[in-house]
Design a protein around this ligand. Structure first.
Ligand code: PMP
Length: 431
């Protein structure tokens, strides 16, 4: 596979961008080797600057749920661009977006648009702190909620991948206000709330963890957290940046039947443009400026082009049976990968919820804790990652990220992925 143009670009990039990238996991540091540079993307495929084609299971880390460069989203963006790029004054698309979100996610009685998932979660915990008058927040080991200071404590995603889950630069005084729990552990949550419940402003969770591989919640776990928060006057915040509009049209809260006080969104909601949102109970959201005193603002928030892309995307994922079909594709892929691993004698299992999935190199048959995720054989994952890449399949370049299915992955793409995996598992076993 010729990668000379990517290599030349990476050389130039490394001279001027830290690690050669604008977001850490893109650099392939944990899997080794060098990233490819994308020239264009279409449907389930990425094409690099050397002309190589990859079946893509990263999907821009989640947003591309209908595949890349979908004509409906592209047309909506083109139309919006014709009317101007940013107004700094209200526009109709923001109102329509708020109507769509509140209709699809009933716990969100009001919403505020922002520009990234990071902004959404930062704003949500400021609101939780402001509304309760308390300072502590609770998060879970291995969960990633963007790069806000309060969240870079036992964080997942790139922070976990690079072994710095608690980042230098976060003042200890602030980190001390972030209390952490092991995900899916009922008793640990009960004990923490019994001891410090009166200090806790809010608990934030990825209801399905997608930043420590993919970890589904145990039966009743989210309900347990709901009851603890209610019992202790803390707000329950679902970070649905990954799960929103993906694990079900109404997100994880619809899938598991648990109503959070606040929710955060990103990725799909922007259709590939830089967008995030947070929303929740009306009495809470009304405390945000200018209707209330808790400050949060954004020059580009509610950007008309981004709103147009997001609205087109939400329209597409609202099609009847969209999520059932996506889930069936994900099941086909995971079943095929497990069978291919078995045939090669590789200890391996998968997890999946709707259109997201996890790949675990382990002898355990079921994985749903952070401790299990980090105990997996990352060396085997890294070899498998490269063996798949050589065969034209792009998986997340880290053992601690979920994979994402799109509706553009047809049977042929999934079959080709499984065929590549048969060879890749064999190569992984031989190495
Ligand atoms: N929350 C979750 C659950 C995420 O997965 C991410 C990003 N992967 C974020 C928040 C941060 O979003 P962004 O990268 O858009 O700031």
């Amino acid at each position: 596979m010729d990668t000379s143009r990517s290599h030349a670009l990476f050389d130039r990039a490394r001279a001027l961008l830290p690690g050669g990238v604008n977001s850490p996991v893109r650099a392939f540091k944990s899997v080794g080797g060098e990233p490819f540079f994308v020239q264009r993307a279409d449907g389930p495929h990425l094409f690099d600057v050397d002309g190589n084609r990859y079946i893509d299971y990263v999907g821009s880390w989640g947003p591309m749920i209908v595949g890349h460069n979908h004509p409906a989203v592209r047309q909506a963006v083109k139309r919006a661009i014709g009317a101007g790029l940013s107004f700094g004054a209200p526009c109709a698309a923001e109102v329509t977006m708020a109507e769509r979100i509140t209709a699809l996610v009933p716990s969100c009685e009001m919403v505020r648009m922002v520009n990234s998932g990071t902004e959404a979660t930062l704003s949500a915990i400021r609101l939780a702190r402001g509304a309760t008058g308390r300072s502590c927040i609770v998060k879970f080991e291995g969960c990633y909620h963007g790069h806000g200071d309060s969240f870079l404590v036992k964080a997942g995603s790139g922070a976990l991948t690079f072994g710095v889950p608690t980042s230098p630069g976060v003042p200890a005084a602030l980190a001390d206000l972030t209390l952490t729990l092991p995900y899916n552990d009922f008793d640990a949550a009960s004990a923490l709330f019994a001891e410090r419940g009166h200090e806790i402003a809010g608990l934030i969770i990825e209801p399905v963890v997608g930043n420590a591989n993919c970890l589904p919640p145990r039966a009743g776990y989210l309900q347990h957290l709901r009851a603890l928060c209610t019992g202790h006057g803390a707000l329950l915040i679902f970070d649905e940046v990954m799960t929103g509009f993906r694990v079900a049209l109404g997100g994880a809260q619809a899938r598991y039947g648990v109503t959070p006080d606040l929710s955060t969104f990103g990725k799909i909601i922007g259709g590939g443009m830089p967008v995030g949102a947070y929303g929740g109970r009306r009495d809470l959201m009304q405390q945000i400026a200018p209707s209330g005193p808790i400050y949060q603002a954004g020059t580009l928030s509610g950007n008309p082009v981004a709103m147009a892309a997001g609205l087109a995307m939400l329209e597409l994922v609202s099609a009847p049976d969209f999520h059932a079909a996506l889930e069936a594709k994900t099941a086909m892929l995971c079943d095929g990968l497990e069978a291919a691993a078995r045939a090669a004698g590789i200890p391996f299992t998968t997890t999946r919820v709707g259109g997201m999935f996890g790949l675990f190199f382990t002898g355990e048959t079921s994985v749903d804790t952070y401790a299990q995720a980090v105990a997996c054989d990352t060396g085997a994952f890294n070899r498998f990652f490269h063996a798949m890449l050589e065969r034209g399949v792009f998986l997340a370049p880290s053992a601690f990220e979920a994979g994402f299915m799109s509706s553009a992955h047809d049977d042929a793409a999934i079959a080709a992925t499984i065929e590549a995996a048969r060879e890749a598992f064999a190569a992984t076993a031989a190495a």
